[in-house]
Design a protein. Structure first.
Length: 369
């Protein structure tokens, strides 16, 4: 495992102390109201969590070892949910379909590949999803071009052929737009399968990939390439965004907060014990017959890459998972400018600021006596 930023062995150490809950609204009256549960005793909180009933967590990509999936799987395997009187059932699925499932009440908590993805689910489906935590403060996607390509700057992509799987990721749409590349100038070729080596062999000029997946496959095959990373171009982006429905959050605030508390502990465990954590994922992957052909080496790469990216984009002195309000605002404004949204959505009504902050005393998780 590659070294992670700062002291990963102490930044999330658990402190047994009184529960602290912050429920600020960042000055916005349109954000969902989160009940203040500060005065609840541990027994009362446990009862409230049990009253929430079975909480179905729907994953965004099978049981892959990704941020917002592996940490939840580990939290369940290590008994963190049970300690907090939560009954969590983890179901594998895929984004962005998972957003519609939560909106329809078929699940209670899930995660999105970006805040824009979740907002778009709300806009397109008149859903009431609310972002409750955010791991990554940058994009998880990057754009790959062959090493011998004549495309050496982003602007060179005007008129290029780009392979896509469904759609061009939001962060890459924004990156290209900022470089002056009109999407209408691109030829977008719909790809089959998930083999980046085979995709580049098709003669396409560029390939959108996940930083935590395809680069490892290309490296293993000896394929040389260059990347255009939104992080290098200061594109406001996000990944690993937990969400729930506004209704479930209003009805069961302690359960939502404690779900995050357990998941954040699962993240800490996975950073410190990556092999064990990935092993927990494969217990579920193998039990399901591994329909997506996930491999241990690939999932280990996925986790270490995403964990490092999460920690590298978490501000010093701040616990992970807090919503970056300014960054989310910049992301949505940019997505509106590039045409993802016809007009700027009421994104502030789609966040629960202060909820994740209530899990921390500084950067130490506050546990429940």
């Amino acid at each position: 495992m590659r070294p992670l930023r700062r002291s990963t062995t102490i930044w999330l150490s658990v402190l047994v102390s009184a529960l602290l809950v912050a429920c600020g609204d960042n000055g916005s009256s349109t954000s969902p109201t989160v009940s203040d549960t500060t005065d609840l005793s541990a027994a009362e909180r446990c009862e409230a969590n049990r009253d929430a009933g079975k909480i179905t967590f729907i994953s965004s990509f099978d049981f892959a070892a990704a941020a917002t999936i592996l940490d939840v799987v580990v939290a369940d395997a290590e008994g963190y949910f049970e300690e907090l009187c939560l009954d969590v059932d983890i179901k594998p699925d895929f984004a962005p379909r998972n957003g519609g499932l939560v909106a329809a009440g078929k699940g209670q908590i899930s995660s999105a590949g970006s805040f824009s993805e979740m907002v778009n689910t709300n806009v397109q489906g008149e859903a009431n999803l609310v972002a409750i935590a955010q791991y990554g403060k940058t994009a998880i996607e990057t754009l790959v071009v062959p090493a011998d390509s004549e495309i050496v700057e982003l602007g060179d992509l005007s008129g290029a052929t780009i392979g896509i799987k469904g759609d061009l990721p939001y962060s890459l749409q924004a990156m290209l737009a900022l470089a002056g590349v009109e999407r209408s100038s691109l030829t977008e070729r719909l790809l089959e399968g998930y083999d980046p080596v085979a995709h580049l062999d098709l003669g396409i000029d560029a390939l959108p990939v996940y930083k935590s997946n395809e680069p490892a496959q290309l490296d293993a095959a000896g394929v040389e390439y260059r990347q255009f990373d939104p992080l290098d171009f200061d594109v406001p982006s996000s990944f690993g965004v937990f969400f729930t429905s506004e209704t479930f959050l209003a009805d069961h605030p302690t359960a939502v907060e404690d779900f995050l508390r357990a998941a954040f502990r699962g993240f800490e465990f996975s950073v410190q014990n990556p092999d064990v954590a990935v092993g927990h994922a494969f217990e579920r992957i193998n039990a399901a017959g591994n329909p997506n052909y996930l491999a241990t080496q690939g999932e280990s790469f996925r986790w270490t890459t995403e964990a490092k990216l999460v920690l590298d984009t978490t501000a010093e002195g701040e616990g992970l998972g807090l919503l970056n309000i300014d960054g989310l605002e910049a992301e949505i404004k940019l997505m509106t400018d590039v045409g993802v949204f016809d007009s700027e959505p009421d994104w502030r009504s789609m966040i629960a600021p202060g909820l994740a902050e209530g899990i921390y005393d500084g950067i130490t998780i506050v546990s429940i006596d």
